[in-house]
Design a protein around this ligand. Structure first.
Ligand code: COA
Length: 153
């Protein structure tokens, strides 16, 4: 598997991106501002993440998705490790990610990768998404903000 940056001339894997974030408007907005990386096997895109510079010292994974049939094989972890290395190598001190209160597997994965919870954006999903989101039988309301410190000041 190869992870590489998507060129501006290439189409992003929209189906995968919308699997992680149902808002086309939000996806389009961070695709314009961020860098998109894809995981490929035999020239087939099987994973994606979008990284955006947030403040002077931090980047955020705005979207991460692995093709359904390839999930649970460690590809998500590899994409996150790639984002950690890229962020550190480009001199940023922190990597952030946000996920829904109902995203139990994602919360587990991100903590296994070293992210810690640093805040809660209450009612984020109620404010920003027109349709209710139910996952694992839980109403998705709040954005759990998570962070990894890569360089101490
Ligand atoms: C989230 C996603 C990117 C993860 O990718 P993946 O390739 O399936 O993830 P991996 O196989 O690398 O890792 C999954 C890890 O999470 C852990 N995990 C998942 N659900 C878990 C749960 N309920 N409890 C404990 N651990 C859990 C697995 O055990 C595994 O950990 P391990 O490596 O220690 O075994 C993928 O599932 C996906 O695309 N989901 C749909 C889109 C999405 O929700 N994106 C994120 C939006 S915030």
């Amino acid at each position: 598997m190869n992870i590489r940056r998507l060129a501006a001339s290439e189409l992003p894997p929209m189906e995968l991106l919308l699997d992680a974030d149902p808002s086309r408007e939000m996806v389009d907005s961070y695709l314009r501002k961020g860098e998109t990386f894809v995981a490929e096997v035999d020239n087939q895109i099987i994973g994606v993440y979008v990284l955006m510079e947030k403040q002077e010292d931090s980047t955020e994974i705005m979207n991460i998705a692995v093709a359904n049939e390839k999930q649970g094989q460690g590809i998500g972890r590899k994409l996150i490790q790639h984002a950690i290395d890229y962020t550190r190598n480009n001199g940023f001190a922190k990597l952030q990610i946000g996920t829904g209160n109902s995203s139990i597997g994602q919360l587990a994965l991100y903590q296994k990768c070293g992210f810690r919870i640093v805040g809660i954006d209450f009612d984020f999903f109620l404010r920003n998404y027109p349709e209710p989101i139910i996952e694992n039988g839980i109403s998705c309301r709040d954005m759990i903000r998570m962070e990894i410190i890569l360089q101490e000041d």
